[in-house]
Write a new protein. Sequence first.
Length: 328
Amino acid sequence: MEAVVKKQYQIDFGAVLSEVHVFAPATVANMICGFDILGFAVDYPGDEVQMFRVPEPGVRIRSIKGDEGRLPVDPERNTVSACVKMLLAHLGIENEIGVEIDLIKHMPIGSGLGSSSASTVAGLFAINSLLGNPLTKAELLPFCVEGERLACGHGHADNVAPALMGGITLVRGYDPLDVIKLPVPEELYAGIVFPKVDVPTRDARQLIKEKVYLRDAVTQWGNIAGLVAGLYEKDYALISRSMHDVLIEPTRAILIPEFYAMKDIALQEGALSFGISGSGPSVVAISKGKEIAERAATAIQEHLTRSEIESFKYVSSVNIDGPKIINK
């Protein structure tokens, strides 16, 4: 794990909460043209973590709901508990406090919406809140990245950064980790459709070429720079013509049935751009205004139904807050 500056943390055990309930959002990684460096959070779906302080030291998974039995309850192998253990070790209190965790999944695993990211962020935000917030979000981020490394073998931040920080984030560099929050135009919406087909993240990454043509790299750099400029200027036309992917989409689209038909539908409905969310199979119609995002997502879902492919639909603005404590 990237080195986190060690400092003295004062934990008042008398003030530690007895329990906390946290929601962390799903994310759209890559933002079409920004592979591994861009992403944004959405309002829904997301995952929840309920964390309880218990007398016996250690970290345990009490229950997992919504995962169809696919996630490990072993605290060393589950990304939520493993990252909580890392954080407690960093604080030097792993033998002084005990917590039990209920994980509630609200999105499909392997959906391309940052499922593992949302769980990890929820868990780390929960333990930090339980302890009285000894770490800032920036200090929590490297632990979130480790969760991604455990989940898929690659410690990328394009999901966990927006899930933790909220809004749109740019990962300027990984060595050291350097994340910048970008402006969010208020009318930017996402119409997300998750086709129920299996595209494992590890498989999707293996398809990516190790070498690219310089002319394609130059095109992609221009698109990323144009997108960032468009966000700052709130220039939706510039955002639209910048969000094109010439490096990753042509290969990954092969794994997603009806991809180019869905893209045509989204653009015909007025979306600014259309592409793959993360490693897929979820796709996203990025739009100006909720109405267009809703219309595009609905038309795509209707097309998938005619093609006998089951799907889920989500329409959301950009979530600028990230994780939050909820009361139930």
